[in-house]
Design a protein around this ligand. Structure first.
Ligand code: AMP
Ligand code: GLY
Length: 416
């Protein structure tokens, strides 16, 4: 098979690495890819990003299957466009992708189908939103409706902060159109978990759970990032939590997907909060998480391409996913200054000894030299039979990867 993989993050390097292991796969084009996919087995980067150009490329190269990494093209309807052109593609069509593309749409969906989630209200008018802040309890959460590159969620400890957050979204237009509508939501206290899963619209198969570490500093301090490291499985996702999730979130979501007749053959990622009152859904994503993918796929025993093909044939009910035992941790090595300003262009050196343990993200290959090209530059993997062993290996491996002004958290796998 010839595959086309869309995206350029650490998630896509991990996807490319995993799919390249399939004996069915001859070649993977990655559009636009990064420094990791540039050197990965069977892979070749192609510098294409526009949907119409991707379609032309897929036709010209006789691509057998296209896999979409990030949410942006999915919410723009890339799956609808590829299908119209008669091309095989894995991911939800635009209507289902709005479960990530619009917070108000996804909260309304959760409410309609009884998916357990925080109380909320939606506003399109700033005065109504400000009036609501008089009566709600604090902390409260203000969310820009649309995609805001992970920055559109503001936790407000008091009314003053909430007024500022509403103004940031609706008056200052900091998130552009994404913030013209906002959701104000009940604050939930608990422990977060990421449950990625695959669906064919009839069955959902959850993957191993993950524990992301969102804040930049140790101890969960400082601003939120895209994720500084992930442990899989997530030790807080006990059998009891999983049962609660499957009964009150996953099953109802599947009913909703069917009733709404979404054309959804893709990944659905549940961001959950485990609270004293049970498991709540914080959000849906319609793609794999980054850096969840790096740890979760590392432990996947099954052939991912076969799994995707089963989903496209609507045969997930006859499919099981096999996992390796143990724990996998990936620690993100970032550019100092991220998620604020940072410098790009530093040379990255990776010792031969750990080259199979590194997934590149914000990195590019320039004249055969790997250089930093983003905030989260790469992830280093460590596996073991328990958390301590996995942590030890990850932090040992990281010593063999270097670039100027690199930064990582030291508590991945131990912080709640
Ligand atoms: P979201 O994009 O909706 O997942 O929000 C991003 C992050 O904001 C989540 O991973 C949580 O850490 C936090 N968050 C979102 N909604 C809530 C909530 N209702 N209560 C507490 N924290 C929240
Ligand atoms: N790591 C969280 C996300 O991908 O949304």
């Amino acid at each position: 098979m010839k595959l086309l993989l869309i995206g350029s993050g650490g998630r896509e390097h991990a996807l490319a690495w995993k799919m390249a292991q399939s004996s069915k796969v001859e070649k993977i084009f990655v559009a636009p890819g990064n420094g990791g996919t540039a050197i990965e087995n069977k892979c070749e980067n192609v510098n294409i990003t526009e949907i119409k150009d991707l379609i032309n490329f897929a036709i010209k190269e006789n691509i057998d299957l296209t896999v979409v990494g990030p949410e942006d093209p999915l919410t723009k309807g890339i799956v609808n466009e590829f299908k119209k052109a008669g091309l095989k593609i894995f991911g939800p069509a635009q209507n289902g992708a709005m479960l990530e593309g619009s917070k108000s749409f996804s909260k309304d969906f959760m409410k309609k189908y009884n998916v357990k989630t925080a109380e909320y209200a939606t506003f399109t008018n700033v005065d109504d939103a400000l009036k609501y802040l008089e009566t709600c309890s604090y902390p409260t959460v203000v969310k820009a409706d649309g995609l805001a590159a992970g920055k559109g969620v503001i936790i407000c400890v008091n009314k003053e902060e909430a007024i500022e957050a509403v103004n940031t979204c609706m008056v200052d237009d900091t998130f552009g159109d994404a913030g013209k509508t906002i959701v104000i939501e009940e604050f939930l206290e608990g422990i977060e978990a990421s449950i990625l899963s695959i669906t064919d619209g009839k069955t959902i198969i959850p993957f191993l759970s993950g524990k992301d570490h969102k804040q930049i500093f140790d101890g969960g301090k400082g601003p939120n990032t895209g994720g500084m490291g992930v442990m899989a499985p997530n030790p807080y996702v006990t059998e009891e939590v999983m049962k609660d999730f499957e009964e009150n979130i996953m099953a109802n979501t599947l009913v909703g997907i069917r009733e709404e007749e979404f054309d959804f053959k893709g990944i659905i990622f549940f961001g959950i909060m485990i609270t004293k009152k049970g498991v709540y859904l914080l959000e849906y994503n319609v793609r794999m998480g980054d850096p969840e993918t790096q740890s979760v796929l590392y432990l996947m025993e099954s052939d991912l391409v076969e799994l995707i093909e089963a989903a496209l044939r609507e045969e997930l009910d006859k499919t099981t996913v096999k996992w390796k035992d143990g724990v996998c941790i990936n620690v993100v090595l970032a550019s100092k200054g991220y998620p604020g300003n940072f410098t790009k262009g530093y040379e990255i050196t990776i010792d031969e000894k750990v080259k199979d343990k590194v997934f590149l993200a914000g990195a590019k290959l320039e004249d055969d030299v790997l250089k930093t090209n983003g905030g989260r530059v790469l992830s280093v993997i460590g596996c073991g039979s328990n958390v301590q062993e996995a942590r030890k290996e990850a932090y040992e491996n990281i010593k063999y990867v270097n670039f100027k002004d690199s930064y990582c958290r030291t508590d991945i796998g131990i912080h709640k």
